[in-house]
Design a binder for this molecule. Structure first.
Ligand code: SAM
Length: 183
């Protein structure tokens, strides 16, 4: 299933509820790991990826307490990061993405699409207000779009495990404008 939330407490709760005993979890944007600590005990293996420096200290403690948790300080928008994580985790049951709930939905969708396309998770949990509002407001006006898909946590349109295509998709990030930094 693909779940979308905005409230951070709802995100953490959903993540803790969705992770089953023995699951492999990839968490993108865990920040100080409050969300990670909520399910780490149940998971068989966790790879947490954050670009910021604030995660380093808290994750030293989390990885000491839960040896099944690995932390990588890296950019989730980079194909190199996907490759690093693929070496650690061959499979992913739950993919969690929180790059900042108010962060540009296009970036979040693209990051989620690339990672879910590679790892084909059973469940995806995304924290993003723009995506949630889009889903709430949009109506499909095309009768050829029918519910003929299963309820897994990824979209077949992203081409399961076509690494060169995923790399090309992520390379488009260089054309993205960081609105906050532009004049
Ligand atoms: C709102 S915080 C996450 C909060 C966390 N889920 C929790 O429950 O406490 C968003 C995090 O996403 C990280 N982030 C933003 N862009 C990222 C990127 N491109 N790659 C990896 N991490 C990123 C930020 O550094 C930040 O730590």
């Amino acid at each position: 299933m693909i779940s979308i939330v905005y409230e951070v407490s709802a995100y953490r709760r959903l993540l803790a509820d969705n992770v089953k005993t023995g699951d492999i979890v990839i968490e993108l944007g865990p920040h100080t790991g409050v969300s990670t600590a909520s399910y780490a005990k149940k998971a068989k293996f966790v790879v947490a990826v954050d670009i910021g420096k604030e995660s380093d200290g808290p994750f030293k403690k989390i990885t000491a307490e839960f040896p099944q948790v690995r932390y990588i300080n890296a950019d989730a928008r980079s194909f190199e990061t996907i490759k690093k994580v693929m070496k650690l985790a061959k499979k992913c049951d739950v993919l969690a993405v929180d790059l900042g709930g108010g962060r540009y939905p296009d970036t979040v969708f693209k990051v989620w699409g690339a990672w879910s396309g590679v790892f084909a998770p059973r469940d995806s949990i995304i924290r993003n207000r723009g995506l949630a509002e889009f889903l709430q407001r949009a109506q499909i006006k095309d009768k050829t779009i029918i519910r003929n898909f299963d309820d897994s946590g990824w979209l077949s349109e992203w081409g399961r495990a076509t690494p060169s295509k995923i790399r090309d998709q992520l390379a488009e990030f260089k054309f993205y404008v960081n609105v906050k930094e532009s004049p």
